[in-house]
Design a protein around this ligand. Sequence first.
Ligand code: OGA
Ligand code: MN
Length: 195
Amino acid sequence: MKLSPGAVKILPDVISQEEHDSIVDELLFNHTEDFSLKRFRRRKYERDHWDAAIVGFKEIERPLSQWSSGNRIVLERVRGIISQNSDPIQSWLEPHVIDLAKDGEILPHVDSIKFSGGLVCGLSLISSRVMCLQPPQESPENYAKGPDDMIQVQVDPRSLYILSKESRFDMAHSIAKCPENSRRMSIIFRDALSS
Ligand code: OGA
Ligand code: MN
């Protein structure tokens, strides 16, 4: 399996530890009057949907305007880093926050090509996981289970991954479960479909 240069980019340390902690703090601990965030914190992880691509997770769209000003500036800087590392971006969708439970995993999938554009990028928070990329399959049980037929990359806290071209459209991505996993969060940035 070959990917063209730059189809998967992993940029380490795009935010500092203080910036990381401040983002996690806003999401999980800060006193807030933001009711959608309060509901998000209280919400149980979703596990029951048998065909869900994500198991043991919760997700919220959190527009940049809703973040505290310090964290908003950091997330805008991350968008800027994505722009510098990709083809020109017409417009952005609002970021999504994914909260994966200790035993949560994201099964292989291709992000909807109906709603988002040519980029899928993730800022990883709290703990390291392995991201796998492999050719999409018609049915979930057809996915390779072993490492031979997949590309694996480690996504560490404070790193940013950028999937574009084949890694966005012609490969499925997943976040593996592993025995010593701990909770992981990510902030997902996507561009809008250009018309
Ligand atoms: C997704 C996804 C990966 C991640 O939300 O579609 O693939 O890093 N997330 O959380
Ligand atoms: Mn995805």
